[in-house]
Design a protein around this ligand. Structure first.
Ligand SMILES: Nc1ncnc2c1ncn2[C@@H]1O[C@H](COP(=O)(O)OP(=O)(O)OP(=O)(O)O)[C@@H](O)[C@H]1O
Length: 319
């Protein structure tokens, strides 16, 4: 339903996205995850026909977003990062206005507004002024506006940003309920957000796609690496630890935790049990072991690792 191939966009000489490709199947709910400035909004602006790409092609339902922008717009409900609401209008009035600007025939407007008010749980506030609503309700009004006309594709840019935890849960459930009937593509810079809402995640960093997978498989793949954290009684130098641990099979990397020379993270091959050897080497060399524990990577860390691996690769290719 969404087909993006080799998408590249330059702002002047600066590439915001480069060779971005991914597909979203009909009825799927897919997250677009990346840190700030990764290129999410740029990709979404191309998908929603706000600007053309410098190269590559974006298609919605088989239609080129640039060449057939009017047709594409009819198929998309879009909730931008900053929701454009007329804050002096009531919810119902605003939705009626949105329906009429989207070309819904006058005789169908009431029914359509009733429908989206119902889907988005807006009945209790339908006659209130938008400016007086909580951020959570305002966001739902934005979503209701995107749903008017029942477009097959819903694109949401950071839909839960600025909401409190209870509002986030409500918004997430609402978004989840749209999948199946709609194809949903949502951007976020928060991993748990997409992990809990989406069936698949496309990860972008510095304008390039670094991974595409299910949240579970992403975690599993990256858990070929495991971490052992140690706290020492005496500070250590990285070079000394590297020398001492060189005799232990399965250690892939040693980094200090927050730059503290007494706390180290030892990354290991998942299949190896290095803890007894690490403990022995540290104690034998007089570092005094205060703590040693094995840690599985959290989803946040998996994301950081993906992003760092990409950075390492880029640096290596520059070198
Ligand atoms: N109009 C513009 N002119 C020049 N550079 C821009 C413009 N818009 C975005 N950029 C740059 O392009 C890159 C990608 O920005 P983009 O807004 O797409 O990222 P993002 O992932 O959506 O980040 P955020 O979550 O902060 O919005 C960034 O380096 C940004 O500074």
């Amino acid at each position: 339903m969404i087909d993006v191939r080799g998408l590249t966009k330059y702002y002047g000489a600066i590439p915001a996205i480069q060779d971005v490709s991914f597909q979203v199947e009909k009825g799927e709910i897919v997250g677009f995850l990346g840190p700030n400035g990764a290129g999410k909004s740029t990709t979404i602006k191309i998908l929603t026909c706000y600007m053309p790409p410098s190269a590559g092609v974006a298609r919605i339902d088989g239609l080129d977003c640039f060449e057939h922008s009017l047709e594409v717009r009819k198929r998309i409900g879009y909730l931008p990062e900053t929701v454009p609401l007329y804050t002096e209008m009531t919810v119902r009035r605003f939705l009626q206005f949105s329906a009429s600007s989207k070309g819904i025939p006058a005789r169908h407007i009431k029914k359509e507004v009733d429908r989206v008010v119902d889907v988005c749980g807006l009945k209790p506030v339908a006659h209130r002024i938008i400016g007086n609503l909580s951020k959570g309700y305002r966001q739902r009004v934005g979503l209701a506006q995107a749903l008017i006309g029942n477009p097959p594709v819903i694109i949401l840019d950071e839909p839960t940003i600025g909401l409190d935890p209870a509002q986030i849960v409500e918004m997430r459930n609402l978004i989840k309920s749209l999948a199946g009937e709609h194809t949903v593509f949502l951007s976020s810079h928060i991993l748990p957000e997409v992990a809990q809402t989406c069936q698949r995640v496309v990860i972008i960093n510095k304008g390039r796609i670094v991974a595409t997978d299910t949240p579970e498989q992403l975690t599993q793949k990256l858990q070929t690496t495991k971490q052992v954290k140690v706290s020492l009684d005496r500070p250590a130098e990285l070079a000394d630890l590297q020398r001492l641990f060189s005799e232990i099979d399965g250690i892939t990397r040693i980094v200090s935790e927050d730059g503290n020379p007494a706390r180290w993270i030892i990354e290991t091959d998942q299949s190896r049990e290095v803890r007894p050897a690490v403990a022995r080497v540290l104690v034998e060399n007089g570092y005094g072991l205060l703590e040693l524990k094995s840690v599985d990577l959290s989803l946040e860390e998996v994301f950081m690792q993906l992003v760092t691996e990409e950075k390492d690769l880029q640096e290596a290719s520059v070198a």
